[in-house]
Design a protein around this ligand. Structure first.
Ligand SMILES: *Cc1c(COP(=O)(O)O)cnc(C)c1O
Length: 461
């Protein structure tokens, strides 16, 4: 059997940042003080920070250089026009509204397009996206295909929307009651699983025939384009850049968290082809984000973001290496028998916490417990993506019980090395051997919105 290795890095390291592994007793204390929520740990107590790939990327020397040329004008900043040009070139939409990050764009589009009582179908929920839809008076309806809920299924495009589910909703409520459909590509909550271009084209055709807008959640669309290139027949010879433009041409608008694909530490935007929507979004931008030529961003951040976007598609090696790092960690854990969401996805390895801690009831929060245990065992910070993240149904107030109960081990871009990944695999492998010791957690504090960020827990009795 060929040894598991990673593609060589398409970069070398110019600046280093020390990391520190504090002793196990100190980790136990830190986890307890953080209420067993990895979001509440101090980063100085974390050895390898695999909480998220959001804003945690290493910028290139060219991006750092751009910080110096940022134009900090309140109005009409040159850096905004630079960002606008980059977005148009990379994604192909006509109009661009900058926002401080992805949820700023989600807020604005939800306010513009959702009327109370509307429905917003999507290929699985995302936490902030769904909340903004609900706050605008809408109801999210999941139309992802069933394979997405089966961690064992090896289907290569588990992110695909199910046209039958979409059609059922349209027949039930009528197209006029549907504000738009959101297509996340790849799907964060389903293990970073991609959407095929074939599926995107079908969704587009279906929606265009009924005057329903298609909104792309573009946070990691470049990674999705790479999966199309490597997994979908007929795309191997196309560049990621070409495929991304094809993906976007199937949609009418996008919300973007530039803290992901764009190698930036902050930023986002809303982009669209409809002049009317642009006018309204631009106007709401002034209310919630800042003038439409900065949207809550410093000029230098817009420069770094624009540069990052261009880099991300300039050569396929960048995204290829990133996806290969994820695959390497996935393979290393799979070799140790750790139950995983299959196949390896985009930005993270997702551990199947239900299978890992199969002795725990769902109400004992298996993924939350596992994320806490991983930190205490190794100093590695990961994140819960299960019953805690799913929150409560706003109508009934009951816990939503998602089919997937996962721990996300997320890889920031251009930050960690193969040796780091080996450390992660080894320690999670050790934990798996001692898995029966985990007792589960219970809530002691639960905030109203997006509870996973700030909730506190204690060991269950
Ligand atoms: C991160 C993310 C968002 C929200 O973006 P923020 O920049 O964190 O506000 C929306 N959708 C997906 C798929 C994301 O991963």
């Amino acid at each position: 059997m060929k040894k598991n290795t990673i593609l060589p890095e398409p970069y070398k390291i110019k600046v280093v940042e020390p990391v520190r592994l504090i002793p196990k007793e100190a980790r136990e204390k830190a986890m307890k003080e953080a209420g067993y929520n990895t979001f509440l740990l101090k980063s100085q107590d974390v050895y390898l920070d695999l909480l998220t790939d959001s804003g945690t990327n290493a910028m290139s020397d060219a991006q750092w250089g751009k910080l110096m040329v940022g134009d900090e004008a309140y109005a009409g900043s040159k850096s905004f026009y630079c960002l606008e040009d980059a977005v148009k070139e990379v994604y192909g939409y006509k109009y661009v509204v900058p926002t401080h990050q992805g949820r700023g764009a989600e807020h604005i589009i939800s306010r513009c397009l959702i009327k109370p009582g509307d429905y917003i179908p999507g290929n699985m929920y995302f936490t902030t996206t769904r909340l903004h839809q609900e706050l605008a008076g809408g109801t999210f309806v999941d139309v992802i295909n069933d394979e997405a809920y089966d961690p064992q299924s090896e289907f290569l495009f588990k992110g695909n929307a199910d046209l039958k589910k979409l059609d059922k909703l349209v027949k039930e409520v009528g197209a006029k009651k549907i504000s738009y459909i959101t297509v996340g590509a790849p799907v964060n909550m389903a293990g970073g699983q991609p959407v095929s271009i074939k599926n995107l084209k079908k969704v587009s055709q279906y929606c265009r025939a009924r005057d329903i807008r298609v909104v792309l959640d573009a946070a990691r669309a470049i990674e999705n384009a790479y999966f199309i290139k490597t997994r979908e027949p007929g795309y191997a010879s196309k560049s990621v850049k070409e495929i991304l433009l094809q993906m976007c041409s199937c949609t009418d608008a996008c919300t973007m968290s530039a803290k992901k694909d764009a190698y930036a530490n902050i930023g986002g935007f809303l982009a669209m082809n409809d002049a009317g929507l642009y006018e309204e979004a631009k106007n709401l931008c002034v209310v919630y984000e800042g003038l439409h030529t900065y949207g809550g961003l410093a000029g230098r951040d817009m420069e770094a973001l624009a540069q990052g976007l261009k880099e991300a598609v300039e050569k396929d090696e960048w995204v290829a290496h990133r996806i290969d790092q994820v695959r390497y960690l996935w393979q290393s854990l799979d070799d140790l028998g750790v139950p995983l969401m299959r196949p390896a996805g985009g930005h993270a390895v997702f551990v199947d916490a239900k299978a890992f801690l199969s002795h725990l009831d769902h109400e004992l929060l298996p993924a939350q417990s596992l994320a806490a245990a991983i930190y205490v065992e190794s100093g590695v910070r990961t994140m819960e993506r299960g019953i805690v993240s799913a929150g409560r149904d706003p109508q009934t107030g009951k816990n939503r019980k998602p089919a997937l109960e996962l721990v996300r081990i997320t890889l920031p871009r251009r930050v960690y090395t193969q040796t780091h990944l080996d450390y992660v695999a080894e320690h999670i492998g050790l934990l798996y051997k001692n898995r029966k010791q985990a007792k589960g957690l219970e809530f002691v504090y639960e905030p109203k919105y997006l509870r996973f960020f700030q909730a506190r827990f204690k060991p269950a009795k």
